[in-house]
Design a protein around this ligand. Sequence first.
Ligand code: HEM
Length: 284
Amino acid sequence: MCTFCEFLKIRVSTRREVSHSIPLTHLDTWDEPQTHHTPSGILNMSPTLLFYLSLQLLLALGVACVVCVCVWCKHWLGGFAWDGSSHQFNWHPVLMVTGLVVLYGIGAVLYRVPLTWGQNKLPWKILHATLMLLALILSIVGLCAVFDFHNHNSIPNLYSLHSWIGIIAVALFATQWVVGAASFLLPFSPPSLRSRIKPIHVWMGGSIFTLSIAACISGINEKLFFNGDYSKLPAQAQMANSLGVLIVAFGLMVFVILWNHQWQRPEVRPEGPTYTPVFQEENE
Ligand code: HEM
């Protein structure tokens, strides 16, 4: 094994030993062992404080995405209806952005909230599954809106790159939800199955989210090209471009939160009289 691999191995194992020996109550004062003294600033902030600031930024970006897509569809695209007209199409961007981006992103970072760590994981699992189910329902209704609009107006279905990426994202999401609920929520699913499925579930979750961001960006672009005068950058295009930038910023923020090791839920059982495990392997 090369020196660099050996160095990495030692660092990873040291990191694991340290993190397992930390009581939950001390997590917000813990940080990587410091070899350099950085001047005051963001690097010296406690991980918990930094997490909550990032979460606030994430929620603000999420609200901005929903407001922006609603204003675009209401003000520039003519508002909402369910009658096969272009007003029915307008439900599509609103429901896809709200479901498959904002709700999905919030559901994905739920386990990173330190408030949830010292407690029984089951209620948080149920909340995670519920948020994801809501996201799935909104995105399915969003797809019905656009398929129905196409069928009413004799527009071919599934011809664009946007629609291919989008339909793959929703199909994978539906599969992921069913497999996830069966593996992690059913009491009789074996712990060995859960621990084997967990890394796949995490990887699939990130991939589906990436696909849905790609679908949104391509969908916004397609709609703007349909409108004709995109190259003149009218107010509508400025609004929709800003929506795209906000969606990308929201997506990046979700990944910043998911990839930060300090914000991962410690896989240890909390101690104390109030803790009552319901299922075996509750932390899986
Ligand atoms: C994750 C989000 C999204 C997914 C999964 C998705 C998926 C789809 C699918 C499957 C279709 C094809 C419907 C058919 O063939 O009848 C479609 C159409 C369309 N979508 Fe989206 N969409 C998403 C977000 C958006 C957004 C944000 C916009 C912005 C306006 C948009 C604009 C369009 C347009 C203009 C069409 C009609 C043209 C076409 O079929 O490509 N989509 N979308």
